[in-house]
Design a protein around this ligand. Structure first.
Ligand SMILES: NC(=O)c1ccc[n+]([C@@H]2O[C@H](COP(=O)([O-])OP(=O)(O)OC[C@H]3O[C@@H](n4cnc5c(N)ncnc54)[C@H](O)[C@@H]3O)[C@@H](O)[C@H]2O)c1
Length: 303
């Protein structure tokens, strides 16, 4: 008995890396998996049939999977991805939005193309499958069917939650995904569908591309024993979030790195000062705004 027996799951960007780990874990827990992957290079260029590699691994291990080669950020491809699960496999329970690319550069060197491509794949590539999946679940719900097995699991990054030098496009997209998760969780709540976000890690080609990181890219199936850099370390958390066990968990961001799960806290109100029912006088603010009140780290600010 697996946690996900009888469920149908989509994992985007599951031809390699972290997504491959999720697809293997969901299948091991009994789900039938649609393995989506565009099969491009790290910067998003090119196309291939890399989804087949993960489908073959799942099949070898006794699971059930089918491939999808669509672009998650294309609205028509995303619609076809949802239709593939519903029409060919009879239902849709789980959408894991994981696909991603990287085009790192400092903000002064970042081109418009670098910005647009990364925002497109991560942010629109999370919106598009979510949009079509929720439309499907909403239709089912309105027709009187239960959609309480519905799960959306998005992918942020530690870098997106705290900022990272040289990744303005990537961190903006990843922070946006965390905010998107909070809003969608509110919108799908009444149907019993949950929407959460994980922050994974692992020695994938994306991690190996970080200058000076000294990481060698390895696929999750190349690890035979526990390793902190195994890209599938977060996959058990994804399987749990996808299951009935986590039906009460929604709108949350969990970083699952190595053997730890960190419950991330959202933006929340910090110290507050009031002008006392009048407009602020900018010449008086320096005396009020100091490190003790706002913990400012901005260069040039006088404390
Ligand atoms: N590796 C890490 O340490 C780390 C840390 C935090 C977050 N993440 C996130 O985890 C996710 C997976 O990254 P990874 O490290 O496994 O990288 P990866 O490059 O190994 O895998 C990403 C996969 O997404 C696919 N993909 C890219 N664009 C696509 C598109 N438009 N449509 C469909 N598939 C597409 C690629 O072909 C690739 O197989 C990403 O969202 C990444 O931002 C990774």
């Amino acid at each position: 008995m697996g946690l996900l027996d009888g469920r149908v799951a989509i994992v985007t960007g599951a031809g390699h890396g972290i997504g491959r780990g999720h697809a293997l874990e969901l299948a091991a827990q009994g789900a039938t998996v649609v393995v989506n992957d565009l099969g491009g290079a790290l910067d998003g260029e090119g196309r291939g049939r890399d989804a087949d590699l993960t489908v073959a691994l799942i099949t070898e291990r006794g699971g059930t999977a089918v491939a999808n080669y669509g672009d998650v950020a294309d609205m028509d491809d995303a619609a076809a991805l949802i239709d593939q699960a519903v029409n060919d496999l009879g239902r849709l329970d789980i959408v894991v939005n994981n696909a991603g690319i990287a085009r790192d550069a400092t903000v002064w060197n970042m081109t418009e193309q670098d910005w647009d491509a990364v925002l497109r794949v991560h942010l629109k590539g999370t919106f598009a499958p979510t949009h079509h999946a929720v439309r499907y679940w909403r239709g089912q719900h309105k027709a009187g069917a239960s959609v309480r097995t519905g799960r959306i699991i998005n992918t942020t990054s530690g870098a997106g939650l705290t900022g990272n030098f040289g990744q303005a496009n990537y961190t903006a997209a990843k922070a946006g995904i965390a905010a998107f998760t909070q809003t969608v969780s509110l919108e799908v709540f009444s149907m019993g569908v949950t929407c959460n976000c994980i922050g994974p890690a692992g020695a994938t080609r994306m991690a190996a591309s970080i200058p000076g990181a000294g990481i060698e890219a390895r696929e999750p199936d190349e690890f035979t024993e526990w390793n902190r850099m195994d890209p599938s370390n977060s996959s058990p958390v994804v399987a749990w979030l996808a299951s009935d066990e986590a039906a009460h968990v929604t709108g949350q961001v969990l970083r699952a790195v190595g053997d730890e799960i960190v419950h991330m806290q959202p933006w929340s109100n910090g110290a507050t000062i009031s002008a006392g029912e009048r407009r602020w006088d900018p010449t008086k603010l320096t005396a009020l705004v100091n490190a003790d009140i706002f913990g400012c780290r901005a260069p040039g600010l006088r404390y």
